[in-house]
Design a protein around this ligand. Structure first.
Ligand code: PMP
Length: 951
């Protein structure tokens, strides 16, 4: 009887199409039914115990019970006509169901289960931290769901039984020809044996699915644009065994295809620990169990492929062997610490190595200048890397690096014994010192031999390469770790664990003590929690998992671990974070004098001259204030007073600041979440948005056409007898989503406003000071001269200062006798800083650099747009660019959630950008003007990689 007849007769189904699916033991078929649904038909080989299958089905129904794995699905069994789930296809072709299923000789068992949608984790090219967390959570919930299944007839053991891994390895290892692989597997099995010897009796038992591998877990893209765990298949390997095996197996396969397997594993552990507590013993055995599982997998499939070969097996091993090679060099003591941290424990602080009296590794006589690059700090050359594989990149140096342009000698800081000496693949030396400390030296040519004793002060060797690659010295607390750990870089998320496994060698090497971590114990989590207590929720922070910044230099920001983040979003730090000229000017002036502007001091006069010299006539009267909002508030107040009118025109979508008056003039706020609408005197004009608006990039008349709406609003207001006091517009729109006006827009708009007796205010808070490259002020790109200009953000490179500049005529008209005083505006320190910023822009030629780098940056982004459908528009000039993300290029549906996710993932890769715009779907790019072409290249490489991932 063919299978379709079996399905019709025994299950009452009406198949229309059958296609084969893969499988290790069963023959699996996907069958499309008459009613449009789909089922999976499993045909088990002769000899399968029907009760064993029924046991699996009971586990499936436990896992499927309301809420047990929510929102993760398991297949639902389709009962046969008899009500039983199992049907027997006897060797004579007859079909039997219910009680009469006997599992007779040659008989095969047929079961049918519902189809679960999704792509297997193995099919996705990347796994987000969230997805891996959900995998861990699913493992924990599976343990819960199956808790009542104790005593069900699951198999007592089988080939994949994790506790019998050494047997499975012994059984197949003969088929592995590669000696290095055999050695890796043996090492991992020894870790397993060791961990089990110590902890086996402390481990709790449970019925577990026991096969949450990447072929059995399905994911589906949700409404948020990300993949989420959606289904779990295949209960055939379920066992009553140690509970932690559920997590260990999920962890094992999550480590495949990752540049840093432990980071991925930690994400799974974090997800599990959030739902179910992990005991100390479980944390201790987790890594050996997971690693040994991959060994069983690789060895088994190597053997089976040698015996006949399956495509499934080949596919499996393609990723398993490389992961094993990495794990074999990842010591269990490190993994255990990483997992403990992931499970919420605080890892013990670094134990200081060595005490008084360490001799210097560089000797006592004055040698060549040697640059000491610190342990667990990010490598400065991070920007050069190209990340091709999805996942966290290793960024932090392990051990100190000593580099010099000339050869130099190295001396032993302590007595020791040479435990290992190698020249290949690179010069390597391992010394054992008293107190169970091992030092590992690479890049050192040495004449010592294994077993030699060295005394403190003896020459250990010479820097092998006189220039370029430096000497690296790392310190470890176990011989095995010192031998195994070859890597030079580790990922940021593992820095805490590495700091324990490999203490800072600086003091040990007699190079002086350095502070290990900045931040005084204020981790990102603690800062966030404290903000939650003492700040209002309306004061949001960037990112779902924010970093904790402690240092900024140039285009880079650094967290408390020293991890660097390339800053592509901070237009305030115009001349670079921590700019030395600005810092020096501020420091000197703070030491000398700080007071308010009703006193006389030279700095304020000089600054007013310098600033107005950059502006066209007749803009030469300055009000120095403290924030962009305050500048706009004053500009509006001035316009109202001077014209004797109240109404104001604003561009739809604009943001001008946070004061009461300005909030009512900022459509971005009053029309956004929580907004209560415009002030009665606020009137919007159409946003001149050529990507989304009525007149597009192809329309050369778009400028005057959009300006026609300004005229319309003016006419309307004039007819009502209330012509406006002012038209306020950013010279290019920032918060609205990096929107550049078409040619002629401001020109026509200003002419209309002035004809109606209103003043024109240009908000240059975001785009001024050379950012746009071709022009110093944004309004110059529109060929207009405003009546009032407001400035902020970059003016003080992060110091709170801002300015309003207007004409003598307007300033005089504003002088009604009422005093204007600003306690902090224009104080000597602000003026010194403002002058330093102007000097820096001029001397570093930053405007020209913004133009040139901006052109290249934009063209790189345009190249990405050609390859990634999500990018709907790339726009902007100089160091002020916008990348608008859309779900569909035709409908232009804004991809706001995607923009947030892209920003989050880029942050994880060490690159900072954030969404803006009314729909939050525009990546705003406005880095310090010191941004280099290499920075632009790094940014686009990382964006490219993130957009290529299956989220
Ligand atoms: N104007 C514009 C165009 C702005 O982008 C901002 C700030 N994002 C402001 C004014 C307000 O400046 P501040 O936050 O310094 O008050």
């Amino acid at each position: 009887m063919v299978i379709t007849e079996v399905l019709e007769q025994a299950f009452g189904l009406r198949p229309v199409a059958v296609s084969p699916l893969g499988g290790e033991v069963d023959q699996n078929l996907a069958v499309d039914l008459h009613d449009g649904t789909r089922v999976v038909v499993k045909i088990s080989p002769p000899g399968t115990d029907p009760d064993h299958l029924r046991g699996q089905h009971t586990l499936m129904s436990l896992a499927a019970q309301q809420g047990a794995l929510d929102p993760v699905h398991v297949p639902t069994m389709v009962p046969s006509q008899t009500g039983d789930t199992v049907v027997e296809l006897a060797s004579d072709g007859t079909v039997r169901g219910g009680e009469s299923v006997r599992g007779g000789a040659g008989a095969r068992l047929v079961t049918v289960q519902g189809w679960v949608e999704g792509r297997t984790l193995s099919e996705l090219n990347a796994h987000s931290v969230e997805l891996l967390g959900e995998l861990g959570g699913t493992a924990a919930r599976m343990v819960h769901a199956l808790a009542s299944a104790k005593g069900l007839p699951t198999a007592s053991s089988h080939h994949w039984d994790l506790l019998r891994a050494p047997e499975a390895v012994t059984d197949g290892i003969g088929a592995v020809d590669d000696r290095a692989r055999v050695e890796q597997v043996r090492r991992i099995v020894s870790w397993f044996d060791d961990a089990m010897d110590r902890h086996r009796t402390e481990l709790s038992m449970a019925v577990v699915h026991h096969d949450l591998n990447d072929f059995n877990v399905l994911a589906r893209r949700g409404m948020d644009g990300r993949h989420h765990v959606h289904g779990v298949l295949d209960f055939a390997d379920a066992l009553y065994t140690v509970r932690v095996s559920e997590l260990a197996i999920a962890v094992a396969y999550a480590m495949l295809r990752k540049p840093n397997p432990l980071s991925a594993a930690a994400a799974v552990v974090r997800g599990y620990a959030a739902e179910l507590e992990l005991t100390d013993a479980e944390l201790a055995v987790l890594y050996p169990l997971a690693a040994v599982r991959l060994c069983v997998n690789a060895v088994t499939w190597t053997k089976r492929c040698a015996e006949g070969g399956t495509a499934y097996g080949q596919e499996r091993m393609r990723h398993t062997w490389p992961a094993i090679a990495h794990l074999a060099r990842t010591p269990p003591e490190l993994a255990e610490l990483v997992f403990r941290e992931a499970a919420g424990a605080t890892v013990a602080p670094v134990v200081p190595v060595a005490g008084e009296g360490a001799l210097s590794v560089l000797g006592t006589s004055a040698g060549p200048a040697v640059d000491v690059r610190a342990h667990l700090h990010p490598v400065a050359e991070l920007g050069a890397r190209r990340s091709t594989v999805a996942g966290e990149t290793a960024t932090h140096r392990l051990g100190v690096e000593l580099a010099s342009a000339e050869p130099f000698k190295l001396f032993a800081p302590y007595d020791g014994v040479v435990e290992e000496r190698d020249a290949v693949p690179e010069p390597l030396l391992i010394l054992r010192h008293e107190g169970n400390i091992w030092s590992r030296w690479t890049g050192v040519t040495s004449t010592v031999s294994r077993g030699d004793r060295v005394a403190a002060g003896d020459v250990v060797g010479k820097a092998a390469v006189p220039s370029g690659v430096g000497v690296r010295v790392a310190v470890f607390r176990s011989a095995e770790t010192a031998r195994l750990v070859e890597r030079a870089l580790v990922p940021a998320s593992e820095v805490g664990a590495w700091a324990v496994v490999s203490p800072d060698p600086q003091e040990f090497l007699g190079l002086g003590v350095r502070r290990s971590r900045e931040g005084d114990g204020w981790t990102a989590g603690r800062v966030l929690a404290t903000r939650d207590v003492h700040f209002a929720r309306s004061q949001r922070s960037y990112y779902e998992r924010p970093m904790n910044l402690v240092v900024g230099r140039g285009t880079w920001l650094y967290d408390e671990f020293g991890r660097g983040y390339l800053d592509a979003m901070n237009n305030v730090s115009h001349v670079g974070h921590g700019n030395p000229r600005v810092v020096a000017a501020a420091t000197a002036q703070l030491q000398r004098l700080n007071t308010n502007s009703r006193f006389l001091y030279p700095g304020i006069a000089e600054y007013a001259e310098r600033l107005t010299a950059l502006l066209p006539d007749p803009l030469d009267v300055v009000f120095l204030v403290c924030s962009g909002s305050e500048a706009n508030d004053l500009a509006i107040r001035m316009a109202r007073q001077v014209t004797g009118r109240s109404d104001v025109l604003v561009v739809d979508g604009a943001y001008h600041g946070n004061t009461s008056v300005i909030t009512g003039l900022s459509p971005n706020r009053y029309k956004g979440p929580g907004g209560t609408g415009p002030d009665p005197t606020t009137h919007e004009v159409e946003q001149p948005n050529r990507y989304r608006g009525r007149f597009g990039y192809g329309d050369p008349q778009a400028g005057p056409k959009y300006a026609a709406d300004v005229q319309r609003q003016l006419d309307r207001l004039t007819q009502r007898g209330r012509p406006p006091a002012a038209f306020i517009a950013e010279s290019a729109m920032g918060t609205a989503g990096s929107i550049f006006y078409p040619d002629g827009y401001l020109d026509h708009a200003y002419a209309a406003v002035r004809a109606a007796g209103g003043l024109c205010i240009a908000d240059e808070v975001q785009v001024g000071f050379g950012r746009l490259g071709d022009v110093f002020w944004g309004f110059q790109s529109q060929d207009v001269v405003p009546d009032i200009i407001t400035m902020g953000k970059p003016i003080g490179n992060g110091h709170p200062m801002a300015a309003v500049v207007t004409t003598r005529e307007i300033a005089d008209a504003f002088d009604t006798g009422m005093k204007y005083f600003n306690t902090f505006g224009g104080n000597p320190v602000s003026c010194a800083i403002g002058t330093a910023v102007l000097d820096e822009i001029a001397e570093q030629d930053l405007q020209a650099r913004a133009a040139e780098t901006g052109r290249e940056f934009r063209s790189r982004l345009e190249q990405l747009a050609a390859r990634h459908e999500l990018i709907g528009d790339v726009r902007g000039h100089g160091m002020y660019l916008g990348v608008e993300l859309v779900r569909d290029r035709t409908t232009k549906e804004p991809a706001g959630q995607e923009a947030l996710l892209v920003s989050e993932l880029m942050k994880d890769e060490g690159v900072l950008v954030y969404p803006t715009g009314s729909a939050g779907n525009v990546l705003k790019l406005k880095p310090p003007l010191t941004f280099t072409k290499r920075d632009a290249e790094l940014f686009t490489d990382v964006l490219d990689e993130v957009l290529t991932r299956d989220w």
